[in-house]
Design a protein around this ligand. Structure first.
Ligand code: 3PG
Length: 307
């Protein structure tokens, strides 16, 4: 009998696990669960006899793949797959997939939660400001970017986006104004919400020269990855610009320094929680389980991210 392992340091909701179990068991496979593990050792032990693996941001390294002798497929239940070592997957003939779009609305809603929290002075009771009429720049117009734009419309914001991989027609048909360059986006927008993946091109790309272009009262919202931020340059910029606010769902490496130097101008969630809703867990978890079953039954490879 095939064994599907869910290995999640940050667990899915119980209802999501129950739904995954139904899909896996109906296909005649066994479901195993490793949650809130504290060491890589626990993961190495759990993957030893797994045929399929479902993870979230859990690191699937060459070592993990080496330990997973029976593994044929790993599905990252979520969008960003920078936690999967794709070269190692290729070397071991393991199919790697993600579940794009399934948790996008959850992340987009958190963007607004954080923006309001930030500009309402962290609910301290002090006088803040409003979103209505403000300019919002969506940096990368994928699934999350799309939902951010839709919600922003309800808030009465002016919405702009930059994404070299998405046609301007698509943005325009959603009422979003396409920008020709990343610089134009940052120059135009008081709020910029990041939705770029972490990779060799984007790493440290959100730097001082780009951020300094933002207008007075700038707010940068990061629900993407901390690696895309040039943290030392952001620290420097915030030291020079008292109007600049940074709200992030992923605390920077030097979070304490940011918090100490810029109280009221930074906010970091204690643990990445953009996709941490029951709905997103169910959607992404069920999609992952279905993709595994389809792959085993028919060889279906939609959403494969390695070759
Ligand atoms: C994603 O890439 O899908 C999000 O960052 C969510 O990640 P998580 O599953 O670790 O919450």
């Amino acid at each position: 009998m095939k064994k599907v392992l869910i290995a999640t340091e940050k667990p899915f909701s119980q209802v999501a696990v129950d739904e995954i179990r139904i899909i896996v068991e109906e296909a005649g496979y066994e479901l195993a669960l490793l949650e809130k593990y504290k060491s890589e050792g626990e993961l190495l032990e759990a993957v030893a006899d797994a045929d399929a693996l479902i993870v979230r941001s859990d690191k699937v390294t060459a070592k993990v793949l080496e330990a997973a002798k029976n593994l044929k497929i790993v599905v990252r239940a979520g969008a960003g797959y920078d936690n999967l070592d794709l070269d190692a997957c290729n070397a071991k003939d393991v199919v790697a997939m993600n579940t794009p779009g399934q948790n996008a609305n959850a992340v987009a809603e958190l963007v607004f939660g954080m923006m309001i929290y930030g500009i309402r002075k962290q609910f301290s009771g002090a006088s803040g400001s409003e979103l209505r009429g403000k300019s919002l720049g969506i940096h990368a117009y994928g699934n999350v970017g799309y939902y951010v734009g839709k919600i922003a419309e309800g808030f009465g914001m002016k919405v702009y986006a930059y994404d070299p991989y998405v046609g301007s027609d698509r943005m325009q048909s959603h009422g979003v104004e396409p920008m020709n360059s990343v610089e134009e986006l940052y120059r135009t927008c008081e709020f910029v919400s990041l939705h770029i993946p972490a990779n060799d091109i984007t790493r440290d790309s959100i730097n001082k020269s780009l951020l300094s272009m933002m207008p007075q009262g700038a707010v940068l919202i990061n629900t993407a990855r901390k690696e895309v931020i040039h943290e030392t340059e952001l620290l420097e910029l915030m030291g020079e610009r008292e109007d600049f606010m940074y709200l992030s769902d992923i605390a920077p490496s030097n979070a304490a320094e940011f918090q100490e130097k810029f109280p009221g101008r930074v906010f970091f969630t204690p643990k990445k929680m953009g996709a941490q809703t029951e709905e997103a867990n169910i959607n992404a978890g069920m999609a992952a389980a279905r993709q595994i079953v389809s792959y085993f039954l028919t060889g279906e490879e939609t959403h494969r991210v390695n070759r």
